[in-house]
Design a protein around this ligand. Structure first.
Ligand SMILES: [Zn+2]
Length: 165
């Protein structure tokens, strides 16, 4: 999903370049560099809002502009798995036919997905408590991206939290 790499869809980038070109032609002295970017992010936000795909990622990234402007560094492998929902989660493994059911391997939950692992599964209570202590807040979907960066910069990567699931 494009949102994870913070790279807007190609058609919106192309439209932004057209807008910049038209603005420069209309007024060669104008500073037209920031306006297309803002317009691109705005159009992307509206597109994501009506999209039915990637609902989980949208919960994790409620603010597209803040996400694109973050200065935290690159996404690493496990974080991308959690944020995309494409990882060692029952629903995903069943979808790609690696497992017969979507059940959690650690508890009685019948639908294991990224949200279950991250926010609910009792097998990860200790890791979740450690994460909450590090970020001094309750880990939620909508604070996940900022929380995980905060944990990492505090020298406490949350990798153990999902890396072994
Ligand atoms: Zn579970």
């Amino acid at each position: 999903m494009n949102i994870l790499s913070a790279v807007p869809p190609a058609d919106l980038i192309a439209r932004g370049r057209e807008m910049a070109f038209e603005a420069r032609r209309a007024d060669p002295a104008a500073d037209s560099i920031s306006t297309p970017r803002a317009a691109i992010i705005d159009a992307w936000t509206r597109r994501l809002r009506v999209s039915v795909d990637g609902a989980w990622t949208k919960r994790l990234v409620p603010n597209v502009e803040a996400w694109c402007n973050r200065r935290h560094g690159e996404l690493e492998f496990h974080m991308t798995q959690v944020m995309s929902g494409h990882g060692c989660f029952g629903t995903y493994l069943q979808r790609i036919r690696k497992e017969a059911t979507s059940s959690c391997h650690h508890c009685v939950c019948l639908v294991d997905d990224a949200a279950h692992t991250l926010l609910e599964c009792p097998a990860w209570d200790a890791e979740r408590a450690a994460m909450n202590a590090t970020i001094k807040a309750q880990l939620r979907a909508d604070n996940f991206s900022e929380s995980s960066w905060a944990a990492r910069s505090a020298g406490k990567p949350w990798l153990s939290f999902v890396g072994a699931s």
